[in-house]
Ligand binder design. Structure first.
Ligand SMILES: Cc1cc2nc3c(=O)[nH]c(=O)nc-3n(C[C@H](O)[C@H](O)[C@H](O)COP(=O)(O)OP(=O)(O)OC[C@H]3O[C@@H](n4cnc5c(N)ncnc54)[C@H](O)[C@@H]3O)c2cc1C
Length: 262
């Protein structure tokens, strides 16, 4: 079974992010593998353990490859970085185009593609479905269960819906975006983390994909960031210095008259 997992490196939730200008964020250099992508990697590894085959982690990124190394440390067989200066300015569609073009190369047959339900920084939840659309294969979003019938090339997946679960089926090849609850991603052993640091990452540029700079990057972006706005400044903390029970009375008064939340 040939399995591909789309992975993205995102800022650590504790990283400090500031609006630098209308079109630029300043992000502290603390990154980790997108939480949902680790679930996607685990889904791929579990299927490989059951049916054999290969798990390849794949990213589009001009700088960061730690998400690929995390995939290798967890147990992926191969890691591919699509990278090219012309990718700068990419929107979700351009990223999906680069990924789908790679997956569509004739020497890359695939049975299953996993992605995260969303990236924890830009949060669009678009790349997985866009890749599937471009490849013309079935996809189901936000799955929490998965059962593959390899000989029949069929898959049953579970989604959480209002009031219960939804069970869907489709044929392979297919793409699924993974949600919390599908599995518990394994924590790589230290030895594997060390090996992954030295593992070879295969680099693929646009020329190898047969794409030109007009088809991806800023020139092909359908969506552009108009402006970043910082969150409104928080009002200063107000300390209530009175003793009980006056402090409770003052608190209730402030919540009612100033904060207007009760
Ligand atoms: C080289 C480069 C230049 C960029 N330039 C700009 C820019 O100028 N302006 C701007 O606003 N944004 C830019 N971006 C950000 C980019 O538009 C988004 O990160 C990207 O479209 C994914 O959107 P998302 O994070 O909302 O992913 P979602 O759609 O929320 O991601 C869902 C899932 O798709 C997969 N996925 C997402 N991104 C990738 C990826 N890169 N590789 C592999 N799998 C992925 C993961 O499985 C992820 O869990 C750039 C990104 C790259 C790589």
């Amino acid at each position: 079974m040939e399995i591909y997992v789309l992975v993205k490196q995102v800022p650590d939730p504790e990283a400090i992010v500031k609006v630098k200008s209308d079109s630029e964020l300043e992000i502290e250099n603390k990154y980790f593998t997108n939480f949902f992508d680790e679930i996607a990697i685990e889904a791929g590894l579990k299927l490989r353990e059951k049916f054999g085959g290969k798990v390849t982690v794949l990213t589009v990124d001009n700088k960061k490859v730690d998400a690929l190394r995390r995939g290798i440390a967890m147990g992926a067989d191969d890691a591919i970085q699509i990278t090219d200066p012309a990718l700068e300015g990419s929107d979700q569609f351009a990223i999906a185009k680069a990924l789908a073009t790679y997956l569509n190369l004739k020497d890359k047959p695939f049975d299953l593609i996993f992605a995260g339900r969303q990236a924890m920084d830009d949060d669009a939840g678009m790349v997985g479905p866009a890749v599937a659309e471009l490849l013309g294969i079935p996809y189901v979003n936000v799955i929490t269960g998965l059962e593959v019938d390899d000989p029949k090339k069929e898959v049953k997946v579970i989604r959480e819906v209002d009031g219960g679960k939804e069970i869907l089926s489709c044929s392979l090849p297919a793409l699924f975006t993974c949600q919390k609850g599908l599995n518990n991603p394994r924590i790589p052993q230290v030895m594997n983390v060390m090996k992954a640091m030295k593992a070879q990452i295969k680099k693929v540029d646009l020329a190898a994909l047969g794409l030109n700079a007009e088809e991806v990057g800023g020139k092909a972006a359908k969506i552009k960031v108009q402006k970043y706005l910082p969150p409104p400044k928080r009002p200063p903390v107000k300390m209530i210095k009175e003793d009980f029970p006056e402090n409770v009375k003052t608190l209730v008064k402030l919540l009612r008259e100033e904060a207007k939340i009760i």
